[in-house]
Each structure stands twice: as C-alpha cells, then as structure tokens.
Design a protein around this ligand. Sequence first.
Ligand code: HEM
Length: 319
Amino acid sequence: MRSFVHFLAVFLPALVAIMSPMAAAQLSPNYYANICPNLESIVRGAVQQSMAQSPISAPATLRLFFHDCAVQGCDASVMIINPNGDDEWRSTDDQTLKPEGFLTVVNAKAAVDSVPQCKNKVSCADILALATRDSVFLSGGPNYQVELGRLDGRVSTRASVNLPHGNFNLDQLNGFFSSLGLSQTDMVALSGGHTIGAASCSFFGYRTGGDPTMDSSFASSLRNTCAANPASGFAFLDGASPLRFDNAFYQNLRIGRGLLGSDQTLYSDPRSRGTVDLYAGNQGAFFNDFVNAITKLGRVGVKTAATGGEIRRDCRFQN
Ligand code: HEM
C-alpha cells in the first residue's frame, strides 16, 4: 500500500502534466511584463498601421487566429513555410486565408524586434493573439486582456488541417468545437467573428437558388453579384456593417440574411436560436461571451519548451 502511495506521489504529477498540456502552459496576461514591457502598445501601433493600409487586414487576422488555434493549437504553425510545400497554409481550407493577416503579424513582429530588449523574446503565436485582439478592438469590438506565454510550434503539415465548412449543420459545428473543448455557446459567440470580412461566391453561391432559410431579395442580389463575377465574386459576411465589429451579424440571421449556411443554421436550429436572439438584442452579452470564448480558444494546444515549442526568429520558418 505504501509503495502504491509512493508511486502515485512520484508519477501522478508527471502523468497529469503529460495528459494536460494546457494546464502545463501557464499563460498569463503579464508574461512579458519584464521581458518586453511595451509589447502591447508596440503591437497595437503596428496593427493600426496595417489597418490603415488595408481594410482587409483586421478580418484576415481574426480568421488567421482561428485557423491557427483550431489546427494543432495556437502555435503559429499556420504561418510556417515548408520548402517541400507540405504546410498548413497550402491546404485547401487555408489557401483562402488572405495575405493581409500574415502581413499584419510579420509587421508587428518586426516592430517588436526593433526594440533591442524585445528582439526574439516574443513568440509569433503571442503576437498573433495580440494582433487579433487589436483587430477586434480597433474595428469597434471589445478590448480584452490577452493571456500570453505561448511558444511557437515546429510542425506544419497539410494533412493536419481539419476545419469546419460553410455548409455544416449545428451538430457538425458542435462536434468540431467540442473537439477543441468549446461549448455551443462559445461556438455561437465565435461565429460572431463573421461580423467583419467577406466570403467568396464559392462558399455561398449554392444557397442563392432557393434556400428557404435565405431571404429571397438577399438571395437575388447575391445571385447577381456572383453571376457578374463567377471567379472572383464575393459578399460581406455582415452586409449591414462589414468592417464594424458589432452584433449586426446576429440581427441579419433573424431576417434570413446570413451569408454562410453554417451561420444561418444558428438561427434556423431551435437549439441555438435563443443565443442568436440574445446577442441580436444585447451587444454587451455578445461581447462578453465572445471574449470568454476567444480566451478559451487561445488556450487550445499551447506549446511549451517541453512539448517542442520555441520562439521563432522569423514567423515563416522554424529556427
Ligand atoms: C463556425 C464555423 C466556421 C465556419 C464554417 C467558417 C467559414 C468561413 C468561410 C467559408 C469564410 C469565407 C472564406 C473565403 O471566402 O475566403 C470565412 C471567413 C471568415 N471567418 Fe470564418 N468560419 C467559422 C468560424 C470562424 C471563427 C470562429 C472565426 C473567428 C472568431 C472566423 C472568422 C472569420 C473571418 C473574420 C472571416 C472573413 C475573412 C476575410 O474577410 O478575410 N470564422 N469563414
């Protein structure tokens, strides 16, 4: 009996550490307080510049963060360029990530590294997390504390990319998000990220020919948009205020003006309709739940030195 207790005392902590990498990662908003004290204002300034250069940069950065965290955790693996071409960003699902998101992070990293004390001390994964918060805030959304202390991953492969699709139903969406440890409420709140940015006709065109959950005049205007430009046509995910981070996305869903099937289904399906109604009528509730959910998303699969993490010198390449 005593030896069993001894066994537990010695091996249990190690076992727990192996089985729960999230618990081992110890993220904290003050992680860089002594390492790079002005980190937050440096990143915010750089994001401001990127947004002034391109209106696409904020939505592109927010989507990049989701695609990073949802595949192998928040470790900036989506930014890795592998010389043999086998990397996440060249997968079918990630090919549509816009260059402006990558550029926002690369520019913010250059700004951080221009300060001698900070040079090569801040991970690309953390810069992406901060740049995402700043993109949300500078678009009119909530300003929230970002937990920091992620390391950058060293592995990026096409085959690892598994992301939700615009034609998913509620069960498929819930299945995907629960694999990340996120609830249905988290999923509905995070889908509100579609309050900024755009989608190509290839992702919603199939819905414009008589989908009963789509408003008919909305469908006909989208048909015209896509017919005029079949190869490069696009529409805003929130047609009411496409560059403003607000709750109009949910108000659109209540009138059949959700662009993606996966968005409209949040209202069509009675199991999630109540949450859509709540957010449509109460922007504060949306912001609150969004912050909660994106903070949880930011903890997914975080790398430590023990799990092969590093601070990349160039966000595009392993050291
Ligand atoms: C719920 C499951 C989700 C599905 C099925 C989905 C699907 C899509 C699709 C198909 C597009 C259009 C891509 C294109 O045309 O190139 C898109 C864009 C976008 N997504 Fe999602 N998404 C989901 C969740 C999220 C989450 C959780 C976030 C962030 C919190 C997010 C942020 C964005 C943004 C900001 C854009 C616009 C990007 C741009 O304009 O460059 N999405 N999404």
